[in-house]
Design a protein around this ligand. Structure first.
Ligand code: BTN
Length: 253
């Protein structure tokens, strides 16, 4: 497959690149030169794709989906963009899986199915030239089992592996753009529903979890809810409710 299979979608404000460092960087440059809200950029290959918490994100050329969308909005509303991204990707992934496999979101926005990570979302906030977020989405569509990096912190799979059939990238792109548009509407109109819908699809809630806040000691707690800003609330062993803004939160088996 080449970049041409991504260019079949002729949409305004959708750019397709052959190679870039990171689609989040390329989207940011585009924003600097006047990209509008909702502008979206897809790349066939990233030479320096990045994940949350300073990790790397690898996708072989031409097999998966790496995308970034620009959200221009006041800073307060941008806090829900990571959740919005997780919801849109989850909905798109669900369309491509058999009904017995139900994908879920691990807070804040990893997409898991049958215990494997299928997709990740990285939202980066920007204050200049306007208040904006770059929502980066990486989905393992057709990567083969042996092609994942050996040092991943959780087992990964591709959608193609789980359903036993290759995924057409342009079809998946169309689906994820459709769901991004729908959840953007919910975000504008009824942000509370976005949080409610997120909570209904979040596998973390109600579970005993290990919380690993960046640069701090991990601790065990129970995930009790998500507040109106997308912050995860957990209750520790002493019964104290603690807000978790960032970090890894893994269910304890
Ligand atoms: C994670 O799971 O840690 C988030 C991964 C996000 C990867 C995507 S790929 C498109 C966009 N560009 C990047 O450099 N990262 C995001």
């Amino acid at each position: 497959m080449s970049v041409s299979d991504l260019t079949t979608l002729d949409k305004p404000n959708l750019k397709v690149l052959s190679t870039t460092t990171s689609t989040n960087d390329a989207a940011r440059e585009w924003l600097n030169s006047g990209a509008p809200d909702g502008a979206t950029l897809v790349a066939d290959y990233q030479t320096a794709g990045r994940g949350r918490l300073g990790r790397q994100w690898h996708s072989p050329r031409g097999l998966d989906l790496t995308l970034s969308m620009i959200f221009i909005a006041p800073i307060e509303s941008l806090r829900l963009v990571p959740l919005l991204g997780g919801l849109a990707v989850r909905a798109a992934v669900e369309e491509f899986l058999p009904p017995v496999i139900v994908p879920q979101i691990k807070w804040p926005n990893d997409i898991l199915a049958s215990g494997f990570k299928l997709a990740g979302v990285l939202a980066e906030l920007i204050s200049q030239p306007v208040s904006a977020a770059i929502l980066g989405i990486g989905v393992n569509l057709n990567t083969r089992a042996g092609d994942f990096p050996a040092d991943l912190r959780r087992p990964a799979a591709s959608l193609g592996m789980l359903r036993g059939k290759a995924v057409k990238r342009d079809q998946f792109l169309e689906s994820v753009l459709f769901h991004l548009k729908a959840y953007r509407k919910m975000w504008f109109q009824t942000p509370r529903s976005l949080v409610t819908t997120f909570s209904a699809n979040c596998l973390t809630l109600g579970k005993k979890v290990k919380v690993s806040p960046p640069g701090r000691e991990p601790f065990e707690a129970t995930a009790s809810g998500v507040d109106p800003f997308g912050t995860l609330m957990v209750v520790d062993r002493k019964g104290t409710t603690i807000p978790v803004e960032a970090g890894d939160v893994d269910p304890v088996d």
